[in-house]
Design a protein around this ligand. Structure first.
Ligand SMILES: C[S@@+](CC[C@H](N)C(=O)[O-])C[C@H]1O[C@@H](n2cnc3c(N)ncnc32)[C@H](O)[C@@H]1O
Length: 269
């Protein structure tokens, strides 16, 4: 699967002010001329492991927040929402324990690795960006023993695949991989344009009726307020609860009716 990735870099010319003023990530500014020459960074995280009292130290290799690499591909550094979601999954092992888990926009891969260690039966971490996928695959190889497909290894497995958000890619991904009990995402909403394709992807790949989409967001990049996200989810029959600060859990609403979904989304656009 790894060699079938298509070429996709999140922002080949880098992030910055665009004409409509939307695509601006304030904290990823121009490179600091006083910064160290070495753009790489190792992020260390202590993780609870399901069924043991000994925490696991996970080391993720990526790039500094203010590096040129991050300026083009946000997924090659670790964002604030990721350690918080990883903590949440560790504190609530019932969320991923015994479940199939899909991560969207996984970047360096911390949350998927946390889901793996909190007892998920099968974790598939995804990203659209080739550079992020390279880093993610390397980090999974370094930090996880059971890399592969659960149906082959018969053990808890973790794999990395490319998934670009939106209905066309999600449809193909569904044919190959099926649906998931839990979908997770950290810091994956930072442009208005990404809200619809991200949620379309969730709707395509989330198991019914008990699937959950767990989203972690702490920064409101580009003024993408919670209301925008919650309303777009509601149009897709996903109801939101907020079990703790920055954590949003979306579940299928009782009124879900597949015939009405597409009409409702069209109304919203
Ligand atoms: C801000 S980073 C967050 C990375 C990681 N979840 C974290 O919190 O450290 C956003 C991630 O979403 C991915 N992404 C953005 N737009 C995407 C799209 N349309 N399809 C797939 N991945 C996308 C980026 O490549 C990047 O890895």
């Amino acid at each position: 699967m790894e060699n079938e990735d298509e070429e996709w870099i999140e922002s080949p010319t880098g992030w910055g002010p665009k004409e409509d003023g939307h695509d601006v990530i304030d904290d990823v500014g121009l490179p600091d001329i006083f910064a160290s020459d070495d753009p790489t960074e190792c992020f260390t995280f202590r993780m609870r492991v399901d069924g043991t009292t000994t925490p696991k130290t996970v080391r993720l290799h990526g790039y500094k927040l203010d590096s040129d690499e991050t300026y083009r591909s946000t997924g090659v550094t670790l964002w604030q929402a990721s350690p918080r979601l990883a903590d949440y999954l560790g504190d609530h092992p019932e969320v991923c324990g015994g479940k199939s888990v899909l991560e969207l926009g996984a970047g360096l891969g911390l949350c998927g690795i946390a889901a793996h260690y909190s007892g998920a039966t099968n974790v598939v971490m995804t990203d659209g960006d080739n550079r992020a996928l390279d880093r993610m695959r390397e980090n999974v190889r370094r930090n996880c023993d059971d890399v592969g497909d659960a149906s082959i290894t018969g053990r808890n497995a973790i794999a990395c695949r490319q998934l670009i958000w939106g209905k066309p890619h999600a449809g193909k991904f569904l044919e190959r991989n099926g649906k998931y009990d839990v979908i997770i995402g950290a810091d994956v909403i930072y442009t208005r344009e990404s809200v619809q394709p991200l949620l379309d992807t969730v709707v395509s790949l989330l198991n019914e009726p008990n699937g959950q989409f767990v989203l972690s967001r702490f920064c409101r990049w580009n003024n993408v307020d919670d209301d925008i996200v919650i309303k777009a989810a509601k149009m897709r029959f996903l109801d939101c609860t907020r079990p703790s600060e920055g954590i949003y859990v979306f579940r299928w609403s009782d009124e879900k009716n597949s015939n009405a979904v597409d009409e409702k989304i069209e109304d919203f656009r």
